[in-house]
Design a protein around this ligand. Structure first.
Ligand SMILES: Cc1ncc(C[n+]2csc(CCOP(=O)(O)OP(=O)(O)O)c2C)c(N)n1
Length: 350
């Protein structure tokens, strides 16, 4: 829908209300500001690890925006953008990076592995693509119960090479589960380029082998991502079965703060994708639509940076989690051996 210069095909423009457009733009800016800040926090030793999503804002925010309240989300570690739009607070994302008392999950997970039961946001798993069969199972349960909801599972191009991808896609196809498989094809699985990931022409075309629809979309076009995801989710809720979406995008930064992409990625390639930057493209669309001007866009970007600063200030100062919390939140009822360990951790006799 959005051309690379930010102009839009009028016949395709969904003409979202200004309020929605500004909401989406603010979230994009927030996501980028979070990346900048979190990387500097990690470099200065204040947090241990971070997974950035710069370059993938349209794919993240556009897909997250398409969700409805009852839907379930099975994210990967890079999907904090979708989580933000879903209503997961920035301060919770930041608190989880510090893993102290400001972290709702009390440091039980590595950074970028958040969750929130209240908004059907399932815990991120580190092993790539394990969330795919889980999402299919959740979708199958919803189908058996007759719940009119959809389940979305996020993953990367690397995830499509796993056994879990095959098991999930096959089961979803056979049982017609209300699952949307959302692949952010950011061209790399750490250092492995997409050309070496698969001999198929695309990820989307793999859906045909499982008997359902696959769609390839420009992942740097927020409006297009939102439309195809919304259509797929609606189809799933209406009993039309699964869809595989491949959003073509680019990871502009490192895989994580433990990675150095200059060792495997040509600078010209990165520079070429930078011309299709999803944030400036959306900003240009907003400017053409008269929703923001250049000055407002800069003010909003500054506000996003300030919001991140405030969240960091609030979370970094929190005390450490109590040692006994280590054994909490695992079982509904604590078994005797954990109760004993809890006592030891709190300084009592075991
Ligand atoms: C099953 C499994 N194999 C290998 C790894 C190591 N690993 C972590 S991230 C990653 C790359 C994943 O790439 P992709 O699925 O394209 O997602 P992206 O990180 O690009 O978002 C790998 C191989 C892992 N976590 N789990």
């Amino acid at each position: 829908m959005l051309r690379e210069d930010g102009s839009v095909d009028p016949a395709l423009d969904p003409a979202l209300p200004n309020e929605d457009l500004l909401f989406l733009f603010r979230k994009m800016l927030l996501l980028r500001a979070l990346d900048e800040k979190a990387i500097s926090l990690q470099r200065s030793g204040r947090i241990g690890f971070f997974v950035p999503s710069t370059g993938q804002e349209a794919s993240e925010i556009g897909s997250g925006f398409a969700l409805k309240e009852g839907d379930w989300v099975f994210p990967s570690y890079r999907d904090q953008g979708a989580a933000l739009v879903r209503g997961y607070p920035l301060s919770s994302i930041v608190g989880q990076l510090f893993g102290n008392a400001s972290d709702a999950i009390k440091g039980h997970q590595m950074p970028n592995h958040w969750c929130d039961r209240s908004i059907n946001l399932v815990s991120v798993s580190s092993p790539v693509a394990t969330q795919l069969p889980q999402a299919v199972g959740a979708g199958y349960a919803a189908k058996l119960r007759g719940d009119k909801i959809a389940v979305i599972a996020f993953f990367g191009d690397g995830g499509s090479s796993t056994g879990d991808f095959h098991a999930a896609m096959n089961f979803a196809g056979v049982y017609g589960t209300p699952t949307v498989f959302f692949c952010s094809n950011n061209q790399y699985a750490i250092s492995l380029p997409f050309a070496k990931q698969t001999a198929s022409g695309s990820i989307a075309e793999k859906a045909a082998a499982y008997g359902f629809e696959g769609v390839r979309v420009d992942g740097n076009d927020l409006l297009a991502v939102c439309k195809v995801t919304r259509d797929a989710l609606e189809k799933a809720r209406a009993g039309g079965g699964p869809t595989l979406i491949e959003a073509l995008t680019y990871r502009m930064g490192p895989h994580s703060t433990s990675d150095d992409p200059t060792r495997y990625r040509p600078e010209e390639e990165r520079a070429d994708w930078a011309k299709r930057d999803p944030v400036s493209r959306f900003a240009e669309y907003l400017r053409r639509a008269g929703v923001v001007d250049g000055k407002t866009a800069e003010t909003l970007a500054e506000e996003a940076r300030e919001e991140v600063q405030r969240a960091v200030k609030e979370c970094e100062g929190a005390p450490p989690v109590s040692p006994e919390s280590l054994v909490e939140d695992v079982y509904a009822e604590m078994p005797w051996h954990l109760a004993e360990q809890r006592k030891l951790l709190s300084g009592g006799e075991g």
